[in-house]
Design a protein around this ligand. Structure first.
Ligand code: M6R
Length: 590
């Protein structure tokens, strides 16, 4: 996830601004840049970590008392120096840093190119300084030109702009991307997140969507989208630096769970790109997914979706077992690799083999990672960097990509429309955190857990169980509802917690009946189901959802409650959920 900083001081700004941008390193990034304004715009940028770029080009060696800086997490275009921010206008008088995704950048870029603007990068961001330049050339000042520019943008942004024509200010704006203001008597600051400014000030103003800001050395003016000034409260921050990095959350995992509604929105913005990729597929009559761990569970949901919606034979292969299945691949098989890191050794090895005979698609979170360089087609999940070892927001973004893929392959507009309702539904799951905490307290001493689901929700049972195992060290198993009586039922005894996934839909009766059998043997039932389902009124613990959350979309919502349940059991057991024992974020060995 990108991070931005803007800073106005009464002394040279570079040391402060670099110190500030370093505080955003935790967000994950692949390139860095700084711009200041004197009688001209001065820019230094490069690809790599701040220290590496600094060793090479001495970032601090730049004059100016007003500056902006950026750490970039690549989304549009590889992590190169050219794509690193800040980006400038043709006349080099305007410089911009941006966090977010501009969905209509291709149309705007074409329009600007037709008007004679030339571009130096592949980024969506670069259209912003060019648009501001266009409006300034029409006689508008910097503030008005920035307002006219953001009126043209579809997507999300937090941005900071400097300009040689008005060298005493920074203009900022936000929509669906975080931006805060720091105020002090020695200067004023803009940043993506609080840790960036804590060394300078603890007085913070949180900007809301569609607010615009003009930052001067002794003055901060916050305006609505029509440039009417508005009063904002200054909040005094009392977090310690470690807490600040986690946005005030106790752990990265919790922060990342809270980010899921936004991640879903960001990933949905890939819809038209996914449609374009789908139109390029050659003829295929079979689909194989290849993945590990949580990405394997996302693939299983893909299998259910494709088999039921598209009626195309589909199978899911664990990347570590791929060699036993590779011989049946052919040029009519589409092989889909799912990996958040893009660096999982088993997945890379399988991809290298598969691409020799079949068309390959990778669904990946990290731009420029090894898998993206091997596959024929790439779809990016827009989760931003995930720091907690347990996959949470990357899983939900993989699912959104898979649902979009299936919706476009089947030209199912209704499904696409339903996907746009998911962010709001997931907010409800997050609001339930306190209720889930109570359930977590109750079951923290359990030795075993079972997760039961059917159809699209069977993989959710597997993923719920995996989350519990990895961060609480409690033994957990996920089963399809109908499979219990073929063996595992023997393990059910008095008091054992069983999580039943019971959304409305065709698989309801089968799941309900099998859960009844478990209950009759003394299990403690934790049921996730519809708020209108009176048949679950008397279970031990209930987590209920809006009636419209049926079994087709339940995988996109129920999992958030299960992630929260695992997280709170982990915290109750005094385990650090961000760093479970024996596990690594990227598994780069076979
Ligand atoms: O980066 P990948 O998606 O390829 O990683 C695969 C697994 O190692 C990963 O999903 C792992 O299971 C999760 N960290 C579990 O939460």
């Amino acid at each position: 996830m990108c991070g931005i900083v803007g800073c106005i001081l009464n002394k040279e700004v570079a040391p402060t601004i670099i110190d500030s941008i370093k505080k955003l390193e935790y967000r994950g990034y692949d390139s860095v840049g700084i711009a200041t304004v004197t009688d001209k715009i001065n820019v230094k940028k490069g690809s790599g970590k701040i220290k590496e770029v600094d060793d090479e080009i001495h970032l601090e060696d730049i004059d100016g008392k007003i500056g902006i800086a950026h750490v970039r997490w690549a989304t549009h275009g590889n992590p190169t120096k050219e794509n690193a921010h800040p980006h400038c206008s043709c006349d080099n008088k305007i410089s911009v840093v941006h966090n977010g995704i501009i969905e209509n950048y291709k149309e705007l870029r074409l329009e600007l190119q037709q008007e004679g603007h030339t571009f130096k990068s592949e980024t969506d961001t670069e259209i912003i300084p060019h648009l501001i330049e266009k409006y300034m050339n029409e006689g508008n000042d910097l503030l008005k030109s920035t307002q006219l520019t953001i009126n043209r943008l579809i997507g999300s942004y937090a941005l900071a702009v400097i300009c040689t024509e008005e060298p005493d200010k920074i203009i900022g704006a936000r929509k669906e991307s975080p931006l805060i203001v720091g105020v002090s008597d020695h200067g004023n600051f803009l940043a993506s997140d609080v840790p960036a400014i804590l060394n300078e000030t603890r007085n913070v103003i949180y900007l809301e969507d569609n607010e615009i800001i003009q930052l001067e050395k002794d003055n901060v003016i916050i305006m609505d989208k029509d440039l009417n000034p508005i009063e904002k409260e200054i909040v005094e921050i009392d977090w310690d630096p470690e807490m600040a990095e986690k946005g005030g959350f106790d752990h990265f995992m919790l922060k990342e769970i809270y980010e899921e509604p936004q991640v879903i929105k960001d990933t949905l913005s890939e819809s038209s790109k996914i449609k374009e990729i789908v139109s390029k597929f050659k003829n295929f009559n079979r689909i194989c997914f290849v993945a590990c761990g949580t990405s394997y569970h996302a693939s299983l949901i893909g299998e259910y979706l494709i088999e039921t919606q598209l009626h195309i034979p589909t199978e899911v292969i664990l990347a570590s077992e791929f060699e036993y299945f590779q011989n049946t691949l052919d040029d009519h098989t589409l092989v889909i690799f799912i990996t958040q890191s893009g660096e999982t050794a088993d997945t890379i090895n399988a991809l290298k083999v598969a691409k020799q005979v079949s068309e390959t698609l990778a669904i990946v979170n990290v731009v420029g990672s090894s898998v993206t360089r091997e596959a024929h087609h790439v779809i990016y999940t827009r989760a931003g960097p995930e720091i907690g070892v347990a996959a949470t927001k990357t899983y939900i973004s993989q699912l959104i990509c898979i649902y979009l893929l299936v919706a476009h392959l089947s030209e199912n507009e209704e499904l696409i429309e339903r996907l746009y309702t998911i962010p709001e539904l997931t907010e409800e799951s997050i609001e339930r955190e306190e209720d889930i905490k109570i359930i977590a307290k109750k079951y923290k001493t359990a030795k075993d857990f079972f997760y039961i689901g059917s159809g699209f929700n069977y993989p959710t049972a597997l993923e719920g169980a995996l989350k519990l195992k990895e961060i609480t060290y409690i033994h957990a198993e996920g089963y399809p509802a109908g499979e219990l009586k073929h063996g595992p039922l023997a393990l059910i005894e008095d008091g054992i917690p069983v999580v039943g996934l019971l959304p409305p839909g065709p698989s309801y009766s089968k799941t309900f009946n099998n859960l009844q059998e478990i209950r009759a043997r003394g299990a403690h039932m934790i049921i996730l189901g519809s708020e209108e389902d009176t048949k679950i009124d008397d279970v031990h613990d209930k987590i209920v959802f809006n009636q419209i959350v049926d079994e087709l979309i339940a995988p996109l919502i129920y999992i958030i409650d299960l992630q929260l349940l695992s997280y709170h059991i982990s915290v109750e057991k005094d385990i650090d959920p961000d760093k479970p024992k024996n596990l690594a974020k990227s598994v780069t060995v076979v």
